[in-house]
Design a protein around this ligand. Structure first.
Ligand SMILES: [Zn+2]
Length: 58
C-alpha cells in the first residue's frame, strides 16, 4: 500500500512524484488551495518534505 507523503493517507489512487507518492485528494487540494488558505502552509510543508526526501536520495 502506498502512503501519501503529505497527509499520510493510505490511498491507492494518486501519482508518484520524484521518490514520493501523492494521493488524489492532496493533488486536488494543491490545485484548489489559495495562498491565504490556512491549509496552504500544511500543503507547502508537505511538498517541501517530498522535495527534501528526493534531495537526500541523490
Ligand atoms: Zn494525501
Amino acid at each position: 500500500m502506498k502512503t501519501c507523503s503529505i497527509c499520510n493517507a493510505e490511498d491507492p489512487k494518486g501519482i508518484n512524484i520524484l521518490q514520493s507518492f501523492l494521493c488524489d485528494n492532496c493533488l486536488m487540494r494543491i490545485s484548489k488551495t489559495r495562498v491565504d488558505d490556512p491549509e496552504y502552509d500544511e500543503i507547502v510543508n508537505g511538498i517541501k518534505k517530498v522535495w527534501q526526501t528526493n534531495e537526500s536520495l541523490k
